[in-house]
Design a protein around this ligand. Structure first.
Ligand code: PMP
Length: 452
């Protein structure tokens, strides 16, 4: 069977049935969605929330642990977990206690707190990089890092891999089309043609990487250790060693974005595989949902940074933000690292993801579906093609929006939330085997109906 041979008429009919069920079972969300259209762009607080399947988003009443309850009183196993922002599980007790305490002691003052020192030391223990700065999001961390790399190398461009995603960062919203760098399809308001700021090569293509870096104008290569935003695309054996030596040879800094790949373990893919980046960026789950991002640098990068005596790192030079490093974010990061995303937590989360992967694979195999499933630590994802992709373009060719929308809506109607942009499940320290097994059961029912 090929993906195309899934009966599309049947898929449409089943999808319509699921949509009707969704509308019938969510009258309170429907009423709020209708009202929201009067005051919110697209009826949502941020336009990407329009991506939820079913025609309108669920409105959340409360979220606890690995569960979310909507305003109609339905409870969901949350495998989306805020697309990693809530990988800690929702409102973990230790973080809530620390956040609540800090709320009573001051939120933002422009002064450092002891928590910042503790967190810097802990980040060094986990990721190896000795020196840290804080911001509010992973996009911020990447944005400030790119500026820093351009400043200290005096080079204008960055290099990213095709189909990467690093947040709302101008230089990164690029893609490769017929060998040319262009603005990624749908890029909202690029300031200049992307070829002026960015070189793009396919993931795992070391020849292209070497060729592009040989121009000598790349300040940094910014990459996830494995692509995660176009499905999971793992690096070939030897890719990271080669990436490190080619960047060193060419004087380009290496920036590793661990925002999603922290799923690999307590020190991300970097610690698990002994990577040696010049800069490491991360955001999303590190504050248990409180906005927080950070980037770590080597001593050499710090020395080169402060050797640039004209660079204004303090006032209006475009580096940092007023709320960056605020006391509340730092208290939240400390609690998250000390008590929530611990070594023990990963030792529970990773076997859960293995269980999820096994369950999905059994369903795929038993129904003879031409699909596959991949995993990176506590994160696992299925796609609609039989073999793992080697680069972003191949992964993108597996995209099947109709099938994704159906599988997500089918799961949602049966009490399981998946991230709208990914066929992905993430495990939190509070996820249970029963949660995973519920997904396997529902995924099996869905497959059986689809090919009946
Ligand atoms: N880096 C990576 C790898 C991401 O996946 C994302 C968001 N999905 C970001 C950075 C940006 O995160 P944020 O939107 O929280 O700034």
């Amino acid at each position: 069977m090929s993906a195309a041979s899934i009966d599309r008429t049947r898929l449409r009919t089943l999808h319509q049935r699921e949509e009707q069920r969704f509308v019938a079972e969510h009258p309170s969300s429907a009423a709020l969605a209708k009202r929201a259209n009067g005051s919110l762009v697209g009826g949502v607080p941020m336009t990407w929330m329009m991506a939820w399947p079913g025609g309108f988003p669920l409105f959340m009443d409360h979220a606890r642990g690995a569960r979310i309850t909507d305003v109609d009183g339905h409870e969901y196993v949350d495998l989306c977990l805020g697309d990693t922002g809530a990988m800690t599980g929702h409102v973990p007790a230790a973080s809530t206690a620390a956040i609540t305490e800090q709320l009573g002691r001051g939120i933002t003052t422009m002064l450092p707190t002891e928590d910042a020192v503790w967190v810097g030391e802990e980040l060094t223990r986990r990721f190896g990089l000795p020196l840290w700065q804080f911001c509010l999001t992973a996009s911020d961390a990447n944005r400030f890092t790119i500026r820093l790399c351009r400043e200290i190398t005096e080079r204008p461009r960055i290099l990213v891999f095709d189909h990467c995603y690093h947040g709302s960062v101008d230089e990164t919203v690029a893609s490769l089309e017929d060998g040319r760098v262009v603005a990624r399809h749908g890029n909202v308001g690029p300031p200049v043609p992307l070829e002026e700021t960015t070189r793009v090569v396919a993931f795992n293509d070391l020849d292209a990487l070497e060729r592009e870096l040989a121009h000598g104008d790349v300040a940094c290569v910014l990459t996830e250790p494995a692509l995660t935003n176009i499905g999971i695309v793992l690096p070939d054996a030897g890719f990271h060693d080669a990436l490190r030596s080619i960047t060193r040879q060419n004087g380009a800094l290496l920036v590793v974005d661990e925002t999603h790949t922290i799923s690999t373990g307590p020190g991300g893919y970097t610690a698990a595989h002994g990577l040696e980046p010049d800069v490491l960026t991360i955001g999303k789950p590190i504050g248990s949902g409180v906005p927080a991002g950070t980037f770590g640098i080597t001593e050499e990068v710090r020395d080169r940074m402060f050797a640039r005596t004209d660079a204004d790192y303090i006032d209006v030079g475009g580096f940092g933000g007023t709320l960056a490093g605020n006391a509340l974010s730092l208290a939240a990061i400390r609690a998250t690292l000390e008590h929530v995303l611990t070594d023990d937590a990963f030792a529970r989360m990773i076997p859960l993801a293995e269980r999820w992967e096994r369950g999905v694979r059994d369903v795929i195999d038993s129904h003879g579906l031409p699909w596959d499933v991949q995993r990176l630590g506590a994160r696992s994802e299925y796609w609609f093609a039989p073999n793992p992709p080697r680069d972003g373009a191949e992964a993108a060719s597996f995209d099947d929006p109709d099938l994704s929308a159906f599988t997500h809506l089918y799961a949602l109607n049966r009490g399981i939330l998946l991230t709208p942009f990914h066929n992905m499940a993430l495990m939190s320290p509070m996820t249970t085997e029963a949660d995973v097994d519920l997904h396997t059961e529902v995924f099996g029912e869905m497959a059986a109906e689809l090919i009946a």
